[in-house]
Write a protein that binds this ligand. Structure first.
Ligand code: PMP
Length: 443
């Protein structure tokens, strides 16, 4: 009998005993290709020697020092590095232990910014439906995934949601990218005006939507329009790149491809590649200066923020990405993955959409391609796909569709940046076979 909650509930989970390169091995010696990097975390795969060496060295010198008393060389170096590589204007870093913590900190920074500026009446957060920003209460309130939120609703702060820029489901027949971008972004302006033009703190969005709908990128110009609307009303733009950031889409930050710089950006998963829990908020000079010229501090903090082991992992992972020129591989292998997915699944009766950027790809499953009807959630297609994939030695990240038909089941792929074209071929084949087996008998 296990005493770990996640294993007590999912009692059939295999026991992971070793990771090497793109594979995890269980206690029976069976290997699983980590084609989702867990949940888009393991960007370098497992047991990368340079990261292990950096962690051993850090452990030997300084494992922990509370940020209330000290800064550390390794945390300073990671922050310098993140600012060097960040879009111009994001010039300060707040180091935390994961994605939800980063989102919570960003929300509180945004609120405190307006208090410092003498606009304490601003209190509203606007985000999008079918989004995920974390499981702590502020982040959960911000996310728009009803399945995750519903039973906790009485505990959630009030937030407001507009539609995502989800072309497969929400674009009108014959509508151009430009018109769809304008129509989707207009919802933000309408919502700001409804709430009061000096009442809104921030708009929060994942640059490329991850967990809730499977690697959905915005259409061209959507985020530029969003940026302009935020600027028009002095609303802060928070881009949540916890999942899609740190190289996953082929550029270090996904928003580089949209030509937009947010006021606050959250990063996590790929930052430390799973070698240590680490996340961060990158913030603009204007927010930093409001704190510096105002109360002089940000009223927040966690015991493990700026943890030297976490910073060492982040720095080592980012060094490997740079030294091994891995963003170029993400680009090339991302194209190859898209090609192979289209070859294997493009004409599949139950595949509605294949989408994404770089090594961040989603496959949306539907019962009927012609009208995009999802499978009934009671069929638990996502659970079946995961089971079939694991049986074939493949880890993919499947999510269920919604009862209201707003999304179908989907599979998220986020393989390590070190994959080769042969690895990609194997991933596409195994995924195709797993989907075939999972849908057999369901239609
Ligand atoms: N934001 C996004 C976009 C995410 O995908 C996630 C995790 N899936 C989070 C926040 C929360 O991160 P964590 O699980 O590390 O708290």
């Amino acid at each position: 009998m296990t005493h770990i909650l996640h294993r007590a509930i999912h009692s059939k989970l295999p026991v992971a005993v070793r990771g090497q390169g793109i594979e995890i091995f269980d206690a029976d010696g069976k290997g699983y290709i980590d084609a989702s990097g867990g949940a888009a975390v393991s960007c370098l795969g497992h047991a990368h020697p340079a990261v292990l060496a950096a962690l051993h060295e850090q452990l030997d010198t300084m494992a922990y020092a509370h940020t209330g008393f000290f800064t550390t060389d390794v945390a300073e170096r990671l922050a310098d590095r993140l600012v060097d590589d960040a879009p111009k204007g994001l010039d300060h870093v707040y180091l935390v232990s994961g994605g939800s913590e980063a989102v919570e900190a960003a929300l509180k920074m945004a609120r405190q910014y307006f208090v410092e500026k003498g606009e304490p009446q601003r209190r509203h957060i606007i985000a999008r439906r079918q989004s995920y920003h974390g499981n702590t209460l502020g982040a959960l309130a911000t996310g728009g995934n009803e399945w995750r939120r519903s039973q906790f609703r009485p505990l959630l702060i009030e937030t407001h949601h507009i539609d995502p820029c989800y072309a497969y489901r929400l674009r009108h027949e014959g509508e151009t990218d430009e018109a769809f971008a304008a129509r989707s972004a207009q919802q933000l302006e309408d919502k700001i005006l409804e709430l009061g033009e000096d009442q809104v703190i921030a708009f929060v969005a994942e640059t490329v939507v991850g967990a809730t709908s499977g690697a959905v990128p915005p259409v061209a110009d959507y985020l530029k329009r969003i940026r302009a609307i935020c600027d028009r009303y002095g609303v802060l733009l928070i881009l949540d790149e916890v999942m899609c950031g740190m190289g996953r889409t082929g550029t270090l930050h996904a928003c580089e491809q949209d030509g937009v710089v947010p006021d606050l950006m959250t990063i996590a998963k790929g930052l430390g590649g799973g070698y240590q829990p680490v996340g961060a908020v990158l913030l603009s000079g204007k927010i930093f200066n409001a704190f510096a010229n105002g109360s002089g501090f940000f009223q927040h903090g966690h015991t493990y923020m700026g943890h030297p082991m976490a910073a060492a992992a982040g720095l080592a992972v980012q060094n490997v990405i740079r030294n091994e020129n891995l963003l170029a591989n993400v680009d090339a292998m991302g194209d190859h993955l898209e090609t192979r997915l289209i070859e294997r699944l493009g004409n599949h009766n139950h595949v509605g959409d294949i989408r994404g950027r770089g090594l961040f790809r989603g496959v949306e499953l539907v019962r009927d391609r012609s009208n995009k009807t999802p499978f009934d959630p009671s069929a638990k297609l996502n659970v079946r796909i995961k089971r079939e994939a694991m049986a074939r030695g493949l880890m993919v990240y499947p999510m269920g569709g919604t009862i209201d038909g707003q999304t179908g089941d989907h599979v998220l792929l986020a393989p390590p940046f070190i994959v080769t074209d042969r690895d990609i071929d194997t991933i596409a084949e195994r995924l195709g076979d797993a989907i075939d087996a999972a849908v057999a008998g369901l239609a």
